[in-house]
Design a protein around this ligand. Structure first.
Ligand SMILES: Cc1cc2nc3c(=O)[nH]c(=O)nc-3n(C[C@H](O)[C@H](O)[C@H](O)COP(=O)(O)OP(=O)(O)OC[C@H]3O[C@@H](n4cnc5c(N)ncnc54)[C@H](O)[C@@H]3O)c2cc1C
Length: 119
């Protein structure tokens, strides 16, 4: 195939990963192009963090909606910026690989290579 539909959230980052008692993780939170090969890796980071935060609720005999909200807020604070970094960096890598950035003609190969390597 010479054409791919690469949908991602670079231009439309989620303003929050949660609303009320709903929390999004994985592709719905940080859909990215596949050029970093990290989407599922970041997913795993997130599902490692979430139980640690939920465990804090063990101390409560009854879990109230506000308690869950505090956990989701902590998750959002600790994860959203890093996840969005992946989305944006992967999008740039995609543009570099696919010759989609202005100023990345073949003559600029060294600069493109350095940019991709740094990522
Ligand atoms: C080409 C490519 C290469 C990749 N390579 C890597 C890699 O090397 N390393 C890496 O870490 N990540 C990689 N990723 C990213 C990784 O695949 C995703 O981050 C990961 O699959 C996201 O998991 P998810 O469960 O959030 O979403 P998905 O895997 O998309 O799962 C969502 C599921 O929901 C189902 N679904 C959708 N709508 C409905 C509905 N209405 N009702 C019921 N079911 C529904 C879908 O069929 C799907 O099974 C790659 C992605 C692509 C596209």
């Amino acid at each position: 195939m010479d054409k791919w539909g690469l949908f991602n959230l670079a231009d439309h980052p989620l303003p929050s990963f949660y609303s009320g008692r709903m929390l999004v993780i994985g592709e719905s939170a940080h859909a990215s192009t596949p050029h970093h090969g990290l989407g599922a890796g970041f997913y795993m980071e997130n599902v490692a963090v979430l139980p640690c935060l939920l465990k804090q609720l063990d101390a409560y005999s009854e879990i109230l909606p506000d308690d869950l909200n505090a956990v989701f807020a902590a998750f959002d604070t600790s994860r959203r910026q890093r996840d969005q970094w992946l989305v944006e960096s992967s999008r740039r890598a995609a543009c570099l690989y696919e010759w989609q950035l202005s100023g990345t003609a073949p003559g600029h190969f060294d600069a493109m290579h350095a940019d991709i390597q740094a990522r």
